[in-house]
Design a protein around this ligand. Sequence first.
Ligand SMILES: [Zn+2]
Length: 241
Amino acid sequence: MHVLSAILLLLMSLGAAAKVVLIDPGHGGEECGAVGHLEPKKKGPVFEKDLSLRLATKVKDYLGKSTTAYLTRSLDRAVSLQERADLADIVKADLFLSIHFNSSTNPASHGFEIYYLDNSSNVAANKVERAENLNLKGEELIVNQILVDLVVQQTVTHSKQLARAVHDSVRPTIASHKVTDRGVKSGLFYVLALSKRPGLLIEAGFVSNRNELQKMNQERYLDDLARSISAGVLQFIKTQK
Ligand SMILES: [Zn+2]
């Protein structure tokens, strides 16, 4: 082999070591996710699918500067959980970040929380899990119980570390915007299990809380949030080298 091509191959393999992150804006198309209202009757509804795409796109832009970052959707269109997970194989993702916004029947509920996949989840997480697992069919759920156990076994250590790194990075940002920190939790999210990679599901705030929705709907807040989420992911990647 020619020396130059050997060097080129080496450089290419070094480049390939850079992490690939797949960012998944929750919902899309007919599936709007949670729906919030800024002001009754004055302004139209704000959909989770739109907020998640806005935040995810910003995260991709920040991460794309030092890693290879992709989105599971860049448009307002429906993508099944399985299709999102399949994309992780197609782009050979190392990490999977699913971006969502929360909702509650209690309009006072508020705050930012981070989930990683674990099957020993608590009751409080069940509501969030139900909302985010919606577009998965019954038979898939049964088959995937086995998959979940396997994936948890293989990913939980890294997912926890990733969650801690992102949480550490996000904490001062949300505090500066007076958004409550609901911490790191475990949950049973099929999109994380199906992706078979270390990953997180971020619930970036409650669209059902008008005060919080007002903040989340601002570019500056989404931008600050995206920057700190990305910084946390990069911090995690650094510790893995
Ligand atoms: Zn969602």
